[in-house]
Every structure is written in C-alpha cells, then in structure tokens.
Design a protein around this ligand. Sequence first.
Ligand SMILES: C[S@@+](CC[C@H](N)C(=O)[O-])C[C@H]1O[C@@H](n2cnc3c(N)ncnc32)[C@H](O)[C@@H]1O
Length: 287
Amino acid sequence: MPDKSSNAYHADSAHSNGKERDYVLGTHDAEVDRLNFQHSVWRSEVQQAWANAGIGRGARVIDVGAGPGFASVDLAELVGPAGRVLAAERSGRFLRILGEIAAAAGHRNIETAEIDLMTHAIPGTGFDAAWCRWVACFVPDPGKLVDRIHDALRPGGAAVFHEYVEYESYQLLPPSAPVRSFVEAVFESWRSQGGEPNIARALPRLLTDRGFDLRAVRPIALAARPSDRLWNWPAGFIRTNVPRLVELGMRDEAWGRAALDAVAAAERDSASIFVTPTVLEIIATKR
Ligand SMILES: C[S@@+](CC[C@H](N)C(=O)[O-])C[C@H]1O[C@@H](n2cnc3c(N)ncnc32)[C@H](O)[C@@H]1O
C-alpha cells in the first residue's frame, strides 16, 4: 500500500506535469456520467462476481483502472473499515472525482494511485483480490496488465475480470445499419489506440501463462426494450461516443446524425430491442 500519511500515490512520469492522461473514450463530464450510470445498471452482476470470488469483509482489493471509482466505492462498502481498496488509474481527473465521491460517502478505506499500468507497477503487494473491468480492452499490452496484477496479489489472491468476449453482439433489433456501422467504428477506434474489444478471448491463456489458475467463467449478455432502464446503457453509449468519434476525426457529422437518428427512432418503436455486447466474467487465482 502507498504511504499511509496520504491516500494518494503519484508515479512521477504517469503524472505528466498536470497534463490529463486521456483515453479513447475521454475523461469529460459526459463520460463520468456514463460510467456512473453504467455501473448502476451493472451493479448486481458486479456484486455477484465479487461474491463468486469470495471478496468480503476485511479484504484488501485493487480496483485496476478504476475510472472515477464507482466500483471502488461499492468495494469499500463491501470490505468495510478493516479492509482496504486501492484505486489504480491513469487519469488524474477521474481520481480527483473518485476522491470527492469517496469523501461524500464517508469512506476512509480508499487509496488512489495515479499510474499508467503499462509503465508502472501497482504500488504494494499482498492484496487479496483485484477487480478489473473494461480496462484490458484498452491497453496495448494486456499481458503486462496481467503481470502487474499478479505481482500485487498474494498467492491464492483472486483476479476478477469483466471484459468483452463478443462485442459484435451489440446490436439493435430489428437490425439497424447505422448501429452496425457504429459498432464497427468502435472496433476501429479502440484498435487504433492499441486496444482490443474482444480481449476476453485472449485472457484465459494470458492468465494461465502468467501464474494464474482459472477458477470460474460466466458469460453475461443482456437485452433491453426502450422502456427498460438498461436501454440507456447501449443507447447512451452511442449518444456519448458518436460526438467523440467525430471529435477524433474517425467519422463525419452526417454519419453521426444517422446513428443518433436510428437510436431515437428505435426508442419510439415498441418492437425495438438492444442486445448488449457480451461480457465474460473470469475469476483466476494466483498460484
Ligand atoms: C471504460 S473505463 C472503466 C472504468 C472502471 N473500471 C469501470 O468499470 O467503471 C476504462 C478505464 O481504464 C483506464 N485506463 C486505460 N488504460 C490505462 C492504463 N494504461 N493505465 C491505467 N488506467 C488505464 C482509463 O483511464 C479508464 O478510467
């Protein structure tokens, strides 16, 4: 764990003189709101994953690539005052928001480490568990990410992943060409920055080659109608990511309008269904 006199650890070269460490989806307010909503619709699956991995009171857990820390706060609640949560994240902006959320919730058992996981080790060793959701799909070297987690866990400690195994299952029914084109653009944008949407396909081998035993796997695929709260997860990602793809110069505004119009029209049609990208839950323990 980092220095107990402060709850924040900064790796100098990850801090980059106050320059924000952006990632392909951005770290702006709309992305923070999206991550908050996303966590709220996924919360029950996440709590199931933590229970499956045996994470409970008193555990010392790393939230790997924590973002603004919506899961970190739930983990802090789960492990209680005798436990500890270390939120390791590259974005200083996300970690400042995490600090505010943790303070508002009255959690004193969350520490932060502002690190780039590709260039820096997770500070500390002997952790009981690591939670890693939608991070391996964005890093250029997922094997290194697995090594970082391995180094920080105690023998027998659990690594719990929620990563996509079949991103192509993200679709609107009846089928929509603009939404299919949006999903293709997502593949392109993540890959252009060194990521891989379907990284869960590679994780089992990466884990067993790097000192882990696989314990459990569970696919999670969901579907939503326009009246369901969950609808806003796949629909909302299109609404926030279309402007981002245009801003990154990957697509033009007319393309963006077609995707947004398709979602708006589907929302008014009671026959519409959004099928979500399929996540694979993987639980592995350090040998
Ligand atoms: C989709 S967000 C997921 C955030 C959080 N795990 C959650 O489930 O809400 C991906 C996160 O990974 C972080 N990230 C991506 N590459 C990273 C790296 N090399 N080092 C540290 N964090 C990284 C991003 O900054 C972002 O916060």
